[in-house]
Design a protein around this ligand. Sequence first.
Ligand code: ADP
Length: 198
Amino acid sequence: MTRIIGITGGIGSGKSTLAQCFSEHLIPVIDADEIARFALTPESGCFSEIVDLFGGEALKPDGTLDRAYIAAKVFADKSALSALNGIVHPYVIREMIARTGACGSPLAVWDVPLLFESGVDAFCACTVAVLCDEEIRIARTMRRDGADEEQVRARIRAQISDEKRAELATYTIRNEGTLEAFIEEANALIGQIREELE
Ligand code: ADP
């Protein structure tokens, strides 16, 4: 039975950087955002449900989803957004469970930005929250994504606060110094988690 380490953190906190450290320790990382993007492709197990929800107008001539059409629909209609989430979220969880079962490793990382908000922490043997001052996170995200400041602030407002994450997580790690210092601390934390879970 694979034990799951849930990692989370606000946008730009360094969550993906931490996931990469786990991966370098040969602990498989399962990425919820990547599966959520895959959910919208014709290869996913929930594609036909999404097409049924929005109708044939949501399909482009090549058979893929017209993301701009869907984005406009869910922006205009909150019930369409919750219906879409009602398809995609359970699919992401089913897929994460399936990939975990198939990985054959004693430990696996679930990288889930909305780990506590979605209740997915219930699947985890332990959780790690990456904490970081909001202004530093905004600067890093703007640099990484070329996003504008207001967009990043809006995404932060849709997430729980670092105080709440710190309260809910088994472990916390701060990422306000250099990348090298963070990686060093991350490796020490991974050693500690391995000792406790393996
Ligand atoms: P998240 O996955 O939480 O959104 P990332 O791990 O992608 O965050 O980090 C956001 C950006 O900041 C990336 O470009 C990453 O390389 C960079 N970064 C992460 N930690 C540091 C750090 N300590 N110092 C400088 N840049 C960092």
